[in-house]
Design a protein around this ligand. Structure first.
Ligand SMILES: *Cc1c(COP(=O)(O)O)cnc(C)c1O
Length: 348
């Protein structure tokens, strides 16, 4: 392995490894035999822990990744002639290779503009009202990302306003929660406040970026929508035969609150990174830093010099600028080392 991959980076929270709690649970699950395809005690326990976390009787499914979780969840909200409204920067639009359309047999994803990577009620209304004829794919769902692709977070009131709009227009509400934990940590709220108490029908809760090796939970608060979802998962190649190994890490991160501890850590490190760099000449913070991402506009020579120093980060995500993502294991030393390099490069 070459050296740069061994240092902790800011390219993405999926560059990080597996947190100790998820790892320990995997090891614990690795004893003897268990029933396959989700009929094991680990899967039951993980689903039970999620029901406890959300304080409601939701239906829970475990899949391998976020693209599948989002696509299958959205497919369960729509018919093929419907459409899904989301932000222009939504992962379901920009980073899933058309999977939401594919798994829903053609449901069209329609984009709405909005500030800071968000969907806003007025745009939902505009998209629904602008056409009502049979030639237009009928809007049936709204997809919001919490926290957003631009590192911002919907406040409880913002979600409630979206819900009021979706309810009045007969739309379902899907939440891409690849970084749901970071949103909860940022808002310091209970998970129910930003999900079913804000009208979310189905949440895709990300485990991968929260410290697991692999896996997302699809959580249906609207349990009618979960009908035959197991068949959707199977057909899409998302039914794990050794399901206990997808489920056990959830038990590991949920049972003692590690999921929230790590999200808080990631958010705190992003806050520190922002504080370190905000006042550096030539550096501009692009969006309100509310979760574990910091977006910066940097002069090209600075970008090049940082790459030359072995730092990895993306400069094409979202609406331009460079994205710096903190993960569950980002440390203060990591942030300080990176900030020192930025300052040194700028000073040259
Ligand atoms: C990472 C991510 C996903 C999941 O992506 P996969 O690579 O399919 O696991 C979904 N939504 C958002 C906003 C993400 O950042």
């Amino acid at each position: 392995m070459n050296a740069p991959f061994q240092r902790r980076q800011f390219a993405s929270d999926n560059y990080a490894g597996i947190c100790p709690e998820a790892w320990a649970a995997l090891q614990e699950a690795n004893h003897g035999h268990a029933r396959s395809y989700g009929e094991d005690p680990w899967t039951d326990r993980a689903a039970e822990l999620l029901r406890d976390l959300f304080e409601t009787h939701c239906e829970v499914f475990f899949v391998f990744n976020g693209t599948a979780a989002n696509s299958l969840a959205l497919a369960s909200c729509c018919q093929s002639y419907h459409s899904i409204l989301c932000s222009e920067t939504a992962h379901v639009e920009t980073d899933e290779c058309g999977a939401p359309e594919f798994f829903s047999n053609g449901t069209k994803v329609l984009l709405t503009p909005g500030p800071n990577g968000k969907v806003v009620p007025a745009e939902i209304e505009r998209m629904v009202k602008k056409r009502s004829d049979i030639h237009y794919p009928k809007p049936r769902a709204v997809s919001v990302t919490q926290s957003t692709e631009l590192g911002t977070v919907y406040a409880v009131e913002e979600l409630r306003a979206i819900w009021a709009k979706t309810k009045s227009l007969g739309l379902r509400l899907h939440m891409d929660g690849a970084r749901f934990a970071n949103a909860v940590a940022s808002l310091n709220c209970s998970p129910k406040e930003i999900t079913w108490q804000a009208g979310v029908d189905v949440l895709c809760f990300g485990g991968t970026k929260n410290g697991m090796a692999v896996g997302e939970a699809v959580v249906f608060f609207n349990r009618d929508l979960a009908a035959e979802f197991d068949y959707r998962c199977k057909q899409a190649g998302q039914l794990a035969s050794k399901m206990r190994f997808l489920a056990a890490p959830w038990v590991g991160i949920l049972k003692d609150g590690a999921w929230l501890k790590y999200a808080r850590q990631a958010n705190a490190m992003a806050a520190l990174l922002e504080a370190e760099l905000r006042a550096v000449p030539g550096v501009k913070v692009l969006f309100p830093r509310q979760a574990n991402a910091v977006f910066l506009e940097l002069p090209q020579p600075v970008i090049d010099a940082l790459y030359a120093k072995g730092w990895w980060f993306y400069s094409f995500i979202g609406q331009g600028g460079c994205r710096f993502m903190c993960s569950w294991d980002t440390s203060e030393e990591d942030v300080k080392a990176f900030a020192a390099d930025v300052k040194a490069v700028v000073a040259k």
